[in-house]
Design a binder for this molecule. Structure first.
Ligand SMILES: NC(=O)c1ccc[n+]([C@@H]2O[C@H](COP(=O)([O-])OP(=O)(O)OC[C@H]3O[C@@H](n4cnc5c(N)ncnc54)[C@H](OP(=O)(O)O)[C@@H]3O)[C@@H](O)[C@H]2O)c1
Length: 333
């Protein structure tokens, strides 16, 4: 039996329960892993509370799609993985089908990446989702080139920090947007070229000031809602506004008409555009692994929680006070 987190009703962090369940045997195309560390991300809080882009189809439901551990059993038709191998799980499956908030979990083999030598479980559970999100939008979809400017909000989130590191790796100038002054210096320390504090300055005015009126080739928006009209003003001609999160929880207008119909490129984006495409995932893994090897990419861990404190881990996520990734570690009872 494995301690496993499930929820029996939609709601706040308190609906998460730890239960003893049989993890089962892997079926065709599946692998069972011992889970050592779990990355906690916003999508899981949204799924748990019924606000995710995909509704909960069945209760009780499992949760979690980022983890690191060791292969315990390999199902039929799986090649390339063997018992005892250290692996990471990257988000590529539906929350309705699998969940890694557990001591043992069955996952599709297509969601596994070998863990590079020297990458510990906490790092292996916390780097993939943020860097895959940043790399996919900036490189695979956006075609970013050295000298471009990228603006990103929710800068202290794991995705925000990975976007700063990825931009630096590509020679792109990252302008970080954070709500309050509290996290400003740490963002500069992580590589932000400039930090705009959105409680103090209009973001579009700040970007135009910092870019000589030109705007940014890329604006990555994790907040959405009414603020997109301002963010769209910060996009350079032929630039793109990527909507990759909806922290505001409010409806998002299309700002093109309000701005006088500029040629505004605006698109939604999820990292599934990378993780569900084997060629893109192979390139992404090579890019991210090379950054991890030479230290350009790293896990910025905000706080570790034991599995039995999963409710507190979700409460902390929703406090929005974190800087970086929240990670849950499994361990002895
Ligand atoms: N599209 C994709 O494939 C994809 C994949 C993963 C994550 N995401 C999105 O990326 C974002 C970050 O996710 P995460 O799991 O790394 O971190 P997270 O823990 O969800 O991010 C928390 C941070 O978001 C900012 N924030 C929270 N509420 C806000 C609000 N109402 N207005 C403005 N900023 C707010 C705060 O940063 P500051 O204090 O610095 O302002 C806060 O520390 C989320 O929106 C998530 O949905 C998208």
């Amino acid at each position: 039996m494995a301690r496993t987190v499930r929820f029996h009703e939609i709601g706040g962090p308190e609906v998460l329960r730890l239960e003893d369940l049989d993890p089962g045997e892997p079926g065709p195309g599946e692998v069972r892993i011992r889970v050592d560390a779990i990355g906690v991300n916003r999508a899981e809080a949204l799924f748990r509370s019924g606000r995710y882009i995909e509704p909960v189809k069945q209760l009780p439901a499992r949760l979690g799609n980022e983890a690191a551990g060791v292969v315990e059993a390999v199902g039929p038709e799986v090649t390339g993985f063997e018992k005892g191998q250290a692996v990471s799980v990257v988000p590529s499956f539906s929350h309705n089908d699998y969940g890694v908030y557990a001591e043992q979990a069955v996952v599709p083999a297509g969601a596994l990446l070998p863990r590079p030598d020297g990458t510990d479980a906490v790092t292996g559970a916390s780097v993939w989702m943020p860097y895959l999100t940043a790399y996919g939008a900036m490189v695979e979809v956006g075609g970013a080139r050295a000298g471009d400017v990228a603006v990103l909000n929710a800068a202290s989130s794991s995705v925000g920090l990975a976007t700063i590191h990825t931009a630096r790796r590509l020679g792109v100038t990252p302008i970080a947007v954070t709500r309050t002054r509290a996290k400003r210096q740490r963002l500069l320390d992580e590589g932000a070229a400039e930090v705009i504090v959105s409680d103090e300055e209009n973001v579009a005015d700040g970007v135009l000031r910092l870019t000589g009126g030109k705007g940014a080739e890329y604006v990555f928006d994790a907040v959405a809602g009414p603020g997109v009209t301002e963010l769209a003003r910060a996009v350079a001609a032929d630039g793109t506004l990527f909507l990759w999160g909806a922290q505001s929880g409010q409806p998002t207008p299309y700002p093109g008409f309000d701005l006088g119909m500029p040629a505004l490129n605006m698109r939604t984006y999820t990292m599934l555009e990378v993780t569900r495409d084997p060629q893109r995932l192979r390139r992404a893994a090579a890019f991210i692994t090379s950054g991890l090897r030479d230290g350009a990419f790293r896990s910025v861990v905000d706080r570790l929680f034991p599995l039995e404190d999963i409710v507190q881990a979700h409460r902390h996520l929703e406090s929005n006070t974190q800087f970086g990734k929240i990670v849950v570690v499994t361990g002895p009872r």
